[in-house]
Design a binder for this molecule. Structure first.
Ligand SMILES: [Zn+2]
Length: 232
């Protein structure tokens, strides 16, 4: 049997895979102005990095704090806490939720980087929370993306919890939270839900907290004022 030269394997595989991949991408191609916008964005990133590299100061040592926060572009943890690069070990996902991968990252931060504080930060007007509320009120029959469904399922318990509490309040007093006040109540419940998930799903982090080697705290970032409200 003839030996196959390993250096040919990759080009041959590519030859077969590329047309399949190309066919998968059929559909309406983006208009030229989108390509132009993408080029401009990348040019800005490159220019930004050039500036950064010229002015950066070297950072040594381990971070002080781990942060779990929303991916929302208006909630940058380093800026919110006035921290320098190297000081925060930041883990961000839309809706400040945790999954196995993020928990693994936090365990690494606590055990190997020696972080002693873990902050779970939600924020006012969180779109992920708003979406979860509208999904709870009008559940779709079918999800186009299992990934988006998984994200929604992480926030739904907080929505259900606030909905349940507010139903009881309404039964007793005749009124309950609505609109933004309801959203902010879910934002808080979702922060607490993430803190609970960290403790329940990571024995490592739970143990460190039990020994007072790690402090887990929650807070809400108010987008309108820039202030952080610590949850008791
Ligand atoms: Zn958010």
């Amino acid at each position: 049997m003839p030996r196959i030269n390993p250096k040919w394997i990759f080009p041959v595989v590519l030859l077969f895979v590329t047309p399949l991949g190309a066919r998968e991408r059929t559909g309406v191609l983006a208009p030229p102005e989108v390509k132009k916008a993408q080029d401009q964005i990348l040019a800005r990133l490159k220019a930004g990095n050039k500036h950064y590299a010229q002015h950066m100061t070297r950072h040594r040592g381990n971070p002080l704090v781990m942060v779990v926060s929303c991916a929302d572009a208006h909630v940058p943890p380093e800026a919110v806490f006035n921290m320098q690069p190297g000081e925060l070990f930041t883990n961000r996902a839309f809706g400040n939720i945790v999954d196995k991968v993020i928990l693994g990252s936090l365990e690494y931060g606590a055990e190997h980087l020696g972080c002693k504080v873990l902050v779970v930060m939600g924020h006012t007007g969180c779109t992920a929370v708003r979406d979860a509320i509208s999904e709870y009120d009008h559940p779709r029959t079918e999800w186009r993306s299992l990934n988006l469904q998984a994200l929604d399922q992480k926030i739904e318990p907080a929505v259900a919890e606030v909905e349940d509490t507010q139903n009881k309040v309404k039964a007793q007093t005749g009124s309950s939270l609505t609109g933004d006040a309801f959203v902010e109540a879910v934002v808080k419940a979702n922060i607490l839900s993430t803190m609970r998930a960290i403790r329940e799903q990571s024995p490592i982090l739970w143990n460190l907290e039990q020994q007072d080697l790690l402090r887990i705290v929650g807070c809400v970032y108010h987008k309108d004022t820039g202030k952080v409200e610590w949850i008791k």
